[in-house]
Design a protein around this ligand. Structure first.
Ligand code: ZN
Length: 318
């Protein structure tokens, strides 16, 4: 696809390929998903994204968990094909630890380096982009990424309503004696800029100015209310609200649309265990409904004249 340097609006679509095991940890479910659900996100959901993106001319960014490439040869082959087709493979750590920013320096660098090696081997080129698990990044992590030559991070999600909802769910879980594997994160993220910026040396949530070096690409929220414009909210919102949120996101120069692999899960056909479906409301939405919501969103972006670019390309213009 021709590079559209003149486009004044970019839509970058990314998919975090969290396996169903990550959701077991969030909801504190015992054990791990049984086969074949264990690999459902790469083997079942990923091909649906590939088809959807092909229909809309989207080259996307896939945030890959390094360990999954080592454990799932079939999923790895699918991702290698997508990289060859012009999609970007970026790093979502090696094991998706929700306490990533609380790890010691050695373990934190290890998460970045092992994923880096696995993704480089799969894609044929080393990753230049990073997204932390659970939307929390730290100055130390950014330092490691800078030292490794990464061009961007896209972990900052400045949504007060998402933060509030997460705090309530985690408090409710504590009251019922369950401890979520997820971590609430730093509320300073709520004050972060909404546009791409170069983070200050010791504060990932503050614009440090400058015109080169690693760029932070915040995930889309609406201006004002800062409603989250991500896959989960788009498939759960009523159609009128979804359209308004998408229209608002498309007014910014960059619509950084974050999706998750699970957004195109068909709970029944993909054999997702019932206890996970009971805890995860979007799994109870039919696949056709979720697909239609994302289809409409991509069509709206194209209708608004947006250029579909990978996050690496968006970082190059920031
Ligand atoms: Zn994730």
């Amino acid at each position: 696809m021709a590079r559209q340097d003149s486009a004044d609006r970019i839509c970058s679509v990314s998919v975090d390929l969290d396996a169903l095991g990550c959701y077991y940890r969030i909801h504190a479910l015992p054990g791990a998903p049984p086969e074949p659900a264990r690999f459902a996100v790469l083997r079942r959901c990923l091909p649906r994204f590939a088809e959807l993106f092909a229909r809309h001319g989207v080259r996307a960014t896939f945030f890959v968990v390094g360990q999954d490439l080592e454990e799932d040869r079939e999923g790895r082959a699918l991702l290698a094909d997508l990289a060859r087709a012009g999609h970007e493979l970026a790093s979502h750590t090696h094991t998706h630890p929700y306490d990533f920013v609380r790890l010691g320096a050695g373990a934190l660098a290890d998460e970045i380096d092992r994923a880096h090696a696995a993704i480089a081997a799969c894609a044929g080129t080393p990753p230049v982009g990073f997204r932390a698990p659970g939307y929390e990044i730290s100055a130390d992590a950014l330092e490691v990424l800078r030292a490794r030559g990464y061009r961007y991070d896209s972990s900052v999600f400045p949504s007060a309503s998402y933060y509030g909802a997460k705090a309530i769910v985690m408090a409710a879980m504590r009251l019922t004696g369950r401890k979520s594997g997820s971590v609430l994160g730093n509320p300073r993220a709520l004050l972060a800029p909404l546009r791409p910026y170069r983070p200050a040396a010791r504060d990932p949530y503050r614009d440090g100015g400058g015109s080169d070096g690693l760029v932070e690409l915040p995930i889309a929220v609406t201006r004002g209310a800062r409603l989250p414009v991500i896959g989960t909210s788009l498939v759960m919102a009523p159609a009128w609200l979804r359209r308004r949120m998408v229209a608002a996101a498309l007014r910014a120069p960059l619509f950084n649309l974050e999706l998750h692999g699970i957004d195109l899960c068909d709970a029944e056909a993909d054999a997702v265990p019932g206890d996970l479906v009971a805890h995860q409301p979007d799994l109870r939405r039919p696949l056709a409904h979720k697909l239609a919501a994302l289809e409409e969103t991509l069509a709206a972006a194209r209708g608004a004249g947006a250029w579909f670019a990978t996050l690496a390309e968006a970082a190059g213009r920031a």
